[in-house]
Design a protein around this ligand. Structure first.
Ligand SMILES: [Zn+2]
Length: 106
């Protein structure tokens, strides 16, 4: 698969996932403001556009990662996505700690 094909898939997925959110809001306007803790990115996100995979509810942003990952064959299931996100969270935390060290060493 070349880069252009990948980009096309990502663009298609963005439209599909955005539409899921709009459909949810149309069906239940409160869902835009009802929050839940996303089990994937660990952030508080609106219910609108969230999807349950294997009993795990993930937010609209993570759904985009999931669907794109599936479409590109980069992940096979939601556990793999969560593992990837966990790495990123750790990375972010490491950055934060490093930053803290720099500030304190002055
Ligand atoms: Zn999320």
């Amino acid at each position: 698969m070349n880069k252009n094909d990948e980009l096309k898939i990502i663009e298609d997925m963005q439209a599909v996932v955005e539409q899921m959110k709009l459909d949810d809001i149309e069906e239940n306007p409160d869902s835009e403001f009802d929050m839940f803790d996303c089990q994937c990115c660990g952030e508080e996100k609106p219910l609108a556009g969230s999807v349950v995979y294997d009993g795990i509810r993930i937010c609209n942003d993570c759904v985009l990662f999931a669907e794109t990952g599936f479409a590109l064959g980069k992940i096979k299931n939601i556990q793999e996505l969560m593992a990837t996100m966990e790495d990123r969270k750790l990375e972010a935390q490491c950055q934060f700690i490093k930053q803290d060290e720099i500030e304190h060493s002055n």
